[in-house]
Write a protein that binds this ligand. Structure first.
Ligand SMILES: NC(=O)CCC(=O)C(=O)O
Length: 268
């Protein structure tokens, strides 16, 4: 069975949640009308962008406003949403949190970015999450990751080892490291023998120009869809039967020797 997905690669207004909600709503409604997707994915921090110094005032309080808006959109259009991530405020903490909704508009999971990216000062303004990224939508075993997370193969492997077959990535990845973005994502698809659906933003903010190039990669490592640098809705079809065929041909998960992957120092 095939599943249609759309990556909503948009430009994000710096520190302007109301404008970003308008942009996201418009782009998603258009994509739904044209492509009738089963799954939609948004980029990282789509509500505020990287306006980190003002997060205390502009982050969404408990994510309430975003949750109402996204839940209604998912339900009205009967579409699954991997709603990128938002800046979410809980007391004095702000997290970079992915929200996931099913076709009924139910919030099925929240995942807050585990690895904070020091080069973009996240550690000064954000609190790291502690949850797993695993969730199920339409019977598919999925996992969500946020941008810098893709540099941690052990984190993504942990999810694939626990059944995830479609790995969604929401990002604000800068243009100077486009080659890393493509190479890391292709490697994560090959080593985990899983689909990767990665949605980046386009445009720029006062500090960075972003790469776009949202990607959909199959479990063999083939890029099956790739966006350009500008705003775009990237569409692809995932044939989940490919996973079992590839894992049968090269049974990486059967052949793992996790008992040898602990530190040599700790082993006697
Ligand atoms: N928003 C991010 O986590 C960016 C990560 C990044 O640019 C990297 O090189 O890693």
């Amino acid at each position: 069975m095939k599943h249609t997905i759309c990556c909503i690669q948009i430009d994000i207004a710096f520190g302007d949640p109301a404008e970003n909600k308008r942009r996201v709503s418009h782009a998603m409604e258009e994509a739904i009308k044209k492509e009738a997707p089963d799954f939609l994915i948004l980029p990282e921090l789509w509500n505020t962008g990287y306006d980190l110094t003002r997060l205390e005032t502009i982050a969404d309080e408990e994510g309430k406003d975003s949750k109402v808006f996204l839940s209604e959109l998912a339900k009205k259009n009967s579409v699954n949403l991997i709603a990128g991530s938002i800046a979410k405020k809980s007391g004095h903490k702000v997290t970079n949190t992915m929200l996931i909704f099913d076709r009924e508009g139910t919030l099925v999971h929240e995942y807050s970015k585990l690895h904070l990216f020091k080069l973009m000062n996240e550690h000064h303004y954000l609190t790291a999450g502690k949850e797993s990224g695993l969730f199920t939508l339409d019977g598919l075993n999925c996992a969500g990751f946020i941008c810098y997370d893709i540099r941690f193969p052990e984190w993504m492997r942990e999810h694939a080892s626990n059944g995830a077959e479609v790995l969604f990535v929401a990002a604000e990845w800068p243009l100077p490291r486009l080659q890393h973005w493509r190479s890391l994502l292709i490697a994560r698809a090959i080593e985990n023998q899983a689909f990767i659906v990665a949605c980046n933003r386009s445009g720029s903010d006062p500090h960075n120009q972003f790469a776009g190039h949202s990607l959909v990669i199959d479990p063999w490592g083939n890029v099956i869809a790739e966006a350009g640098e500008g705003e775009e809705v990237l569409r692809a079809e995932l044939d989940l039967s490919e996973i079992a065929a590839i894992r049968k041909q090269i049974p990486v998960f059967e052949d793992r020797r996790p008992e040898f992957y602990q530190s040599f120092v700790k082993r006697d």
